[in-house]
Design a protein around this ligand. Structure first.
Ligand code: KIV
Length: 294
């Protein structure tokens, strides 16, 4: 798979792509890491040009784009299809692809083959795997195959049935300690960064202080080394109430609905297309006198 990039505007210097070691080196140094999910080419192009450090093709693709009610049904083929689209819009950000449910839980061979497909066919630079210390040995195997891995602990949506819902994790002292141990085990296994989702701020801080790789928080408080949001939450395209951490920076739902309503009004009124929006040809197909809009 070629690492095909979106064309640069004429005259603009090619930005240096962000690498896995660049992100790893941001622990305790440099600005906080900015990460967003992206699922398609136009969003990738815009987010990349806006200076986002990491674009994650999250398996939240399922809820946000494909209309599933969880991430569990998302397949490898769906993830690859969207990863390739995001790749084509990404010139600068590090592209990370999420290993979907049952792409790695069924054994090492499956995990290696599927993770390898993200790099080989999808053009991703790394994969993300949900789960703590029980993934440590898998992380080592992926690294043996030259596949960088981002960890993900705390509220891991693929465990929704075990957790009994999307609940904040690590509220009890024993759970919080286990979370810190999970993150340390992942670091020891070689992950280059860890997503920390849905934990109390104090736990986010404790994990961040316990590991030597950057943490990227989502609902994990202010002390992580970076923050990640879901694109659809950021721009106002999500359905239903948002979790408390999901700050909405734009109202694209309102903008899109208004555009569709105005288009409908114009079509019904005969105001679209206008004379300047039509193609013309010589007679007998050219405009006839009095043939304007209804
Ligand atoms: O799939 C996803 O969107 C994620 C983020 C919440 C980090 O894993």
């Amino acid at each position: 798979m070629s690492r095909e990039a979106a064309p640069a505007p004429p005259g603009s210097p090619a930005p240096r792509p962000i690498t896995v070691p660049d992100i790893r080196a941001r622990k305790g140094a440099g600005p906080k890491i900015v990460m967003l999910t992206a699922y398609d080419h136009p969003a990738a192009r815009i987010l990349d040009a806006a200076g986002v450090d990491i674009l994650l093709v999250g398996d939240s693709l399922g809820n946000n784009v494909l209309g599933y009610d969880s991430t569990l049904p998302v397949t490898m083929e769906e993830m690859l299809h969207h990863t390739r689209a995001v790749r084509r819009g990404t010139r600068h950000a590090l592209l990370v692809a999420d290993m979907p449910y049952m792409s790695f839980q069924t054994g090492r061979r499956d995990a290696l083959r599927n993770a390898g497909r993200f790099l080989k066919e999808g053009g991703a630079a790394a994969v993300k795997v949900e789960g703590g210390r029980k993934r440590a040995s898998l992380v080592r195997s992926l690294l043996d195959a030259e596949i960088p891995v981002m960890g993900h602990v705390g509220l891991t949506p693929q465990s929704v049935n075990v957790m009994g819902g999307y609940r904040v994790q690590g509220k009890r002292l024993d759970e919080a300690r286990a979370l810190v141990e999970d993150a340390v085990a992942l670091e020891e296994a070689g992950v280059f960064a860890i997503v920390l989702e849905g934990v109390p701020e104090g736990v986010g801080r404790a994990v961040t202080e316990a590991v030597g790789v950057p943490t990227v928080g989502i609902g994990a408080g202010r002390f992580c080394d970076g923050q990640v949001l879901v694109f659809h939450d950021l721009v106002g395209l999500s359905e239903g109430p948002l979790p408390r951490f999901a700050r909405r920076y734009a109202d694209l739902d309102l903008a899109i609905a208004s555009a569709a309503r105005r288009f409908g009004d114009d079509v019904r009124a005969g105001a679209f297309p206008s004379e300047s929006e039509v193609y013309t040809a010589p007679q007998p197909f050219g405009p006839k006198a009095g043939s304007g809009a209804r």
